[in-house]
Design a protein around this ligand. Structure first.
Ligand code: SF4
Ligand code: SF4
Length: 300
């Protein structure tokens, strides 16, 4: 995984206490996700809407949905118990920026209580250009965009539709809009000096051969990390891909691709695809100790 030798000093300064990015930090600093973003504005073929967004969270688990007020209470309770808490993320269960008010209200409430906490979000990028300035107003030091291709023809095989400006767009038309908005969002974040990590889901036969091109483009635009995740596609997850028999990559195929991308944007190999309500040090999840029924009313 990444270390001080892999990135510019100003980037390292921002990520060194971040459990997801620094090999050292992930033993000492904890992260927490709150599931305040239930809805999504696109359809990915690898998604099952009953569960968490597969973009950042492990697909196939149901996270506890919270209002911003509940989320703030939960963060306060966790911070009491877990002084190493350094990062709060919104990673679903849908898209963190589709109903962005909930995400920003959560950050505003938590920021008022715990001014040293850093925030991050993950998004499919469709709504990102509309929220660039608001993102800079909160202590958001990095954003994850899931970007699986830079070619709308490939995009049409991954995204059956998107919902944009009050209507549904399908096929290449929809994918073209999504991909343009992702690029606009990426450029806007870089211009505002917010770190950008790119997640790509590796889908054999659809975008696996194309991910080196994605890596080249996002590196050129200034993304600081590229995290290639395997498609987890099983019929029991109920994803469209699972139902059509689309398989995920083998561990050897994933490693081979990651090795080929080795010279590109720093690759992150240890992302655990934590669930949308994960709590604790990386690699542990104490979420079940902090469900809402265990949080006192009076914590804030
Ligand atoms: Fe599902 Fe996430 Fe894709 Fe939305 S962005 S369809 S929640 S995987
Ligand atoms: Fe970190 Fe990846 Fe887990 Fe997000 S999903 S908290 S980036 S390890």
């Amino acid at each position: 995984s990444a270390g001080p030798d892999d990135m510019p000093a100003e980037v390292w300064e921002k990520v060194k206490n971040h459990p997801c990015y620094s090999e050292e930090a992930h033993h000492f600093f904890a992260r927490m996700h709150v599931a305040v973003a239930p809805a999504c504005n696109i359809q990915c073929n690898y998604c099952n809407r009953k569960y968490d967004c597969a973009n950042e969270s492990r697909p196939g688990v149901v996270s506890e949905r919270l209002t911003p007020e509940q989320a703030a209470r939960k963060v306060a309770a966790v911070a009491n118990e877990l002084p190493q808490l350094s990062v709060l993320g919104v990673a679903g269960p849908g898209d963190s920026l589709f109903d962005a008010r909930k995400t920003f209200e959560t950050f505003a409430r938590v920021g008022a209580m715990l001014p040293d906490l850093k925030f991050c979000i993950s998004t499919n990028g469709l709504a990102l250009p509309d929220h660039l300035d608001e993102l800079t107003r909160h202590a958001i030091d990095h954003v994850t965009i899931t970007l699986n291709c830079v070619d709308p023809e490939i995009g049409a095989r991954i995204y059956p539709w998107i919902y944009f400006k009050g209507r549904r767009w399908t096929g290449v038309d929809g994918a073209k809009i999504l991909l343009e908005r992702q690029m606009e969002g990426l450029e806007g974040l870089i211009a505002r000096k917010i770190l950008v990590k790119i997640n790509s889901v590796m889908i054999p036969g659809i975008n696996d051969h194309h991910l080196p091109e994605v890596n080249r483009v996002i590196r050129e635009k200034g993304a600081f990390l590229h995290n290639v995740m395997p498609l987890i596609s099983a019929p029991e997850h109920g994803t469209h891909f699972g139902l059509t028999g689309q398989r995920g990559p083998t561990p050897a195929e994933l490693k081979d691709l990651q090795d080929r991308l080795g010279g590109g944007a720093n690759l992150m190999k240890h992302c655990r695809q934590c669930r949308a309500d994960a709590i604790g040090l990386l690699g542990e999840d104490r979420g079940q100790e902090f469900t809402m029924d265990k949080i006192p009313e009076t914590v804030v």
